[in-house]
Design a protein around this ligand. Structure first.
Ligand SMILES: NC(=O)c1ccc[n+]([C@@H]2O[C@H](COP(=O)([O-])OP(=O)(O)OC[C@H]3O[C@@H](n4cnc5c(N)ncnc54)[C@H](OP(=O)(O)O)[C@@H]3O)[C@@H](O)[C@H]2O)c1
Length: 289
């Protein structure tokens, strides 16, 4: 490892990736940072941070091998291509190994193999392939983003209700920026190889609590209507969601009902050195637009 390790962030054009880049650029000299993107033209603002841009497409191993040359530490942001992620992440792992990357940090799912969410499958597979690769690695097992619920706000305010299938499950969601800060702390810091971080918000809420928080933030009554998992899936399809997304949301809610999105270890706030962003702040920002 060099004295000044070069840091690479995949998926840098995504919502989490951009926040990681900003957090990293505030910690280390931007000339040490490389942003992996598919579309360089869409990343002009990242280049303006002073970071280098390299094309890194999970589907194109040749781009990955070239992109990781000279890289000491890599953040693999899990792909958004649900269902195609395991082979994509295998490409990244193989290229990292070939390039002699010294540390891979991976954004996995809270609970890892113990999660009751079916969404865990590709993350568990990726964790296993990292272990099998022999690459030093660190798992950032991210809980739900608070922002995942922002998309429900307009219809909740219009109808005075939000539906779900999360029952009384407590959800320790955190702001995307807080997970990004944790990733930057790990990538820029020392001593993280071999660690598994279960990352979640300091505050936990039920979906009824989310509805109450939205009511308070918007000054308008919103209630939570709990449905059976199958009813919720059918409801989501009936309002126009594609079946795959409806299934992902319904099964994830059912997992949340079983405690799959709850964690009270406060690992995230310890890593970032401050309390996580409150739900009320994320709702207020979303309502401002
Ligand atoms: N914890 C949660 O609540 C939660 C919620 C949603 C998603 N996630 C997971 O966390 C990841 C990051 O979240 P996010 O909010 O930043 O999602 P996002 O904004 O959708 O970003 C996904 C990133 O994946 C990249 N990507 C997709 N296919 C790729 C490929 N073939 N090669 C290289 N990059 C590829 C996209 O690249 P382009 O910019 O080039 O399209 C984008 O940068 C998601 O991809 C997903 O795995 C977590």
């Amino acid at each position: 490892m060099t004295a000044q390790p070069r840091l690479f962030v995949t998926g840098a054009n995504g919502q989490l990736g951009r926040l990681v880049l900003a957090a990293l650029a505030a910690k280390v000299d931007p000339s040490r940072i490389v942003a992996g993107v598919r579309d360089v033209a869409a990343a002009a603002d990242l280049a303006a941070l002073g970071v280098e841009l390299r094309v890194a497409d999970y589907e194109k191993p040749a781009t990955l091998e070239a992109a990781f040359a000279g890289i000491d530490r890599l953040l693999l942001i899990s792909s958004s291509a649900v269902g195609a992620r395991a082979p994509q992440h295998a490409n990244v792992t193989a290229a990292a190994k070939a390039a002699g990357v010294g540390l891979v940090a991976y954004t996995s799912l809270l609970g890892g193999p113990a999660s009751p969410l079916p969404l865990k499958a590709e993350h568990v597979e990726t964790e296993a392939m990292l272990a099998a690769s022999g690459l030093p690695h660190v798992l950032l097992r991210n809980g739900w983003y608070l922002e995942n619920y922002n998309g429900f706000i307009p219809s909740a305010l219009e109808h005075g209700a939000v539906a779900g299938a999360a029952g009384e499950g407590r959800i320790a969601a955190a702001a995307r920026a807080d997970y990004a800060e944790a990733a930057a702390v790990v990538l820029a810091g020392e001593g993280h190889a071999g660690k598994v971080y279960e990352l979640a918000g300091d505050e936990a809420f039920t979906m009824a609590g989310w509805a109450a928080a939205l009511s308070a933030a918007a000054g308008k009554s919103v209630v939570y209507r709990d449905l059976l998992e199958a009813e919720y899936r059918a409801f989501l399809v009936s309002v126009g969601l594609p079946e795959g997304l409806a299934d992902l949301l319904a099964t994830s809610d059912a997992g949340a009902a079983r405690g799959g999105l709850f964690d009270d270890s406060h690992t995230l706030s310890r890593l970032i050195g401050r309390s996580t962003t409150p739900l009320a702040a994320v709702l207020a920002a979303a309502l401002k637009g």
